[in-house]
Design a protein. Structure first.
Length: 266
């Protein structure tokens, strides 16, 4: 029996991409799901596309990760649906495609708010109840640029690096309380992340990256994530040949620096 069976799972960013892939997979695994994103209509479409028996165990909770003052109340509402949260998957987020020097500071702040601070706020909101219940699993979706920076992604890389610092620390602090943290670091996944990525003035790029276009599907990514949750992995490195960059950076930083400044990343 899977370790996710009978678990209450809250997924942000559930209306598309990796989040939607996770919803479709987990709905087949005897779970109770709470789906969150800004878009009510999109969430309802995802829910209604599931088999009817699964829909009975799905709740919808809209939220805006860029509005920090609302998130504590949203967490209370989420915990009220089924009485607890067993697994919290932070799949909501936004990317960037702009040179650091050209990027307005308001765009940097927005990316940090959505990709980093919102996950911390929601985690802190549900963590006390997880500790009280004797179990919890937190799954932040990071990125390869959480391991290294690349051109056109300075703010995004900064936010993802911050996730690793916070959640590595949290994992160590809660080890004795039966709280698990699985950091997911995907490479290229075929989602709309590059279409929605922010340019220097905060507008969407509206262009599909070649890497994203040729990446693994959200469904493939979701299966690997669920397998990692079941195995209580500390970190998951997912993707194709692009993941080799993590090891080049670790063992030959100077070589990595030469490669990344020439890489086709936009």
């Amino acid at each position: 029996m899977s370790k996710v069976n009978n678990k209450v799972i809250w997924i942000t960013g559930a209306s598309s991409g990796i989040g939607e892939g996770l919803v479709r997979l987990l709905a087949e695994m005897n779970t109770k799901l709470i789906l969150s994103s800004r878009k009510l209509e999109a969430l309802e479409k995802v829910k209604n596309s599931l088999p009817e028996p699964s829909q009975e165990n799905v709740r919808i909770l809209t939220l805006d990760l860029s509005q920090p003052d609302t998130l504590d109340d949203k967490a209370v509402e989420a915990m009220g649906y089924f009485g607890k949260i067993d697994i919290l998957i932070h799949s909501g987020g936004i990317s960037q495609r702009a040179m650091a020097l050209d990027t307005q500071i308001s765009v940097d702040r927005r990316i940090m708010e959505v990709d980093y601070f919102s996950t911390v706020i929601l985690t802190k909101a549900v963590l006390p109840s997880m500790i009280k219940n004797g179990f919890g699993h937190i799954v932040p979706i990071s990125s390869l640029v959480g391991k290294f920076g690349s051109p056109y992604r300075s703010g995004y890389a900064a936010a993802k690096h911050a996730l690793h610092g916070f959640y590595d620390s949290l994992r160590a602090e809660t080890y004795t309380k039966n709280i698990f943290v699985t950091l997911v670091t995907p490479g290229f996944v075929k989602t709309n992340v590059s279409l929605n990525a922010l340019t220097e003035d905060g507008k969407a790029m509206n262009k599909m990256d070649e890497g994203q276009e040729n990446g693994m599907t959200a469904e493939q990514c979701a299966r690997k994530i669920v397998r990692g949750i079941e195995r209580e992995k500390n970190e998951l490195l997912l993707g194709g040949k692009e993941t080799i960059a993590v090891y080049i950076k670790r063992f030959s930083p100077s070589l990595f620096a030469k490669i990344i400044r020439k890489a086709k990343v936009r």
